[in-house]
Ligand binder design. Structure first.
Ligand code: S3P
Length: 437
């Protein structure tokens, strides 16, 4: 699907972003593994979370839609049934890796696959630790490190594992497997990554201790808990960036999860001089939440790298976009993981921002962005990647002239409501400087 974008005269209003994708996956998987039933409110309706839902249903977990809530009837660790078919994680790395942790603990054989993008992504990072725990996990393709994965689970033992790269997905897979292993499981991270699994497991009564970058889990049953999913910071980030870059903008983004391991973009934007404030800070479902107000800003260049990277990895295409409009040269390093996301996001970001008139250089582990030139609308492509599509949509709201985005439907993986949210900002906003709509 092609979508045409023009810069609106002004960008003002309020947005409630969709429920957090990472937390929704965990609410479905962990409640499904728990004993008892629980409600999940404000869950993500994105394609990725539908993939998790379908996999859990195939294992016998019952999900009931009651108005805007989903009631999960947990099976307990021993109540799953062998699926009749191959499980499909679609485009979702989180589904594939977290489900692998669960499948490794179940006493039957399953196969899990995904779309072409997911089948190209590395799975050795979960195959390694889950095999050490005693599961048989057979990968496919290059170095047997890709999906489809055939997993014969059960009879696991706890391990102590140093993650070679900071990854919340791999950490979570090991912890999920560790819940029904014999003996304790210890996971150490080289840099802090999102801790939604640890928070949710603790709320469900798991015996889990977090000490600096080391997590220790004692196996045992968990109890289902009701979860109200906060708004997704990664979705809010598109509006924050749009408001900062547009010359006449003020957006209030409501009910956004501001877990410190997700909000690295706020630190970088603060450094760049962005006018972004957090209001009405509170806790929802054990996670910090705030309303975020973002206004037109004059940005200066910065450098991004090191331990903050996992807290902003998904937002780096947006940070690169912001850097195109900043004074000076911005360098992004230590982000080689970006190359193995839904697309190679380093080369996709470089290629698409260049088409829009930006001056960007590609590095093996990042980007150099020479800020300054105004973006000019052009034809550009999502590369089949939801976050690239959304970044280009934001670019289209600040570029002069028309931006023609091919792959606009890809936003539905994480933010299916994006185009209607954009329309909801209203007619007046959407009038372009030249009067076209
Ligand atoms: C996620 C973790 C991150 C992130 C992804 C979602 C999660 O991936 O990029 O979008 O929900 O755990 P890695 O853990 O592979 O870095």
């Amino acid at each position: 699907m092609v979508r045409r974008l023009n810069r609106p005269q002004r960008l003002r209003g309020q947005i409630s972003p969709p429920g957090d994708k990472s937390i929704t996956h965990r609410a479905f998987i962990l409640n499904g593994t728990a004993t008892g039933s629980a409600e999940v409110r404000n869950f993500s309706h994105g394609g990725d979370c539908h993939s998790t839902l379908a996999c859990m249903r195939a294992l016998g977990v019952r999900f009931e839609e009651v108005e805007d809530r989903l009631v999960v009837h947990g099976r307990g660790a021993h109540g799953f049934t062998e699926p009749r078919d191959i499980l499909d994680a679609g485009n979702s790395g989180t589904t594939m890796r977290l489900m692998s942790g669960l499948l490794a603990s179940l006493p039957f054989r399953t196969t899990i696959t995904g779309d072409a993008s997911l089948r190209g992504r590395p799975m050795d990072r979960v195959i390694g630790p889950l095999s050490l725990m005693g599961a048989t996990v057979l990968g496919s393709g290059d170095g047997h490190a890709r999906a489809p994965l055939i997993i014969q689970g059960g009879g696991l033992r706890g391990i102590t594992y140093d993650l070679p790269v900071a990854s919340a997905q791999v950490k979570s897979a090991i912890l999920i497997a560790g819940m029904s292993a014999e003996g304790e499981t210890v996971v150490r991270e080289p840099a802090p990554s999102r801790d939604h699994t640890e928070r949710m497991l603790t709320a469900m009564g798991a015996r889990l201790r977090v000490d600096e970058r080391e997590i220790t889990l004692q196996p045992g049953p968990i109890t289902a808990v009701d979860i109200t999913v906060p708004g997704d910071f990664s979705s809010a980030a598109f509006w924050i960036t749009a408001a900062c870059l547009h010359p006449d903008a003020e957006l209030l983004i409501l009910g956004v999860g501001v877990n410190q391991y997700r909000t690295g973009l706020l630190e970088v934007f603060k450094d760049m001089g962005a006018d972004v404030t957090l209001e009405n800070q509170r806790f929802v479902g054990g996670e910090p939440v705030a309303d975020i107000r973002a206004r037109s800003s004059h940005l200066r260049a910065t450098s991004v790298g090191g331990q903050i990277i996992p807290a902003l990895l998904d937002e780096l295409p947006l940070i690169a976009l912001a850097a195109t409009q900043a004074v000076g040269t911005t360098e992004i390093r230590d982000a080689a993981e970006l190359r193995i996301k839904e697309s190679d996001r380093i080369s996709a970001t470089c290629a698409e921002l260049t088409r829009l008139g930006a001056r960007v250089e590609e590095l093996p582990d990042g980007l150099i962005i020479h800020g300054g030139p105004d973006l000019q609308g052009a034809s550009c492509s999502s590369h089949g990647d939801h976050r690239i599509a959304l970044t280009l949509a934001v670019a289209g709201l600040v570029a002069s002239g028309e931006t023609v985005l091919d792959g606009a439907e890809d936003v539905s993986i994480s933010y299916p409501e994006f185009w209607s949210d954009l329309d909801s900002l209203g007619e007046t906003n959407m009038q372009t400087a030249t009067g076209a709509s």
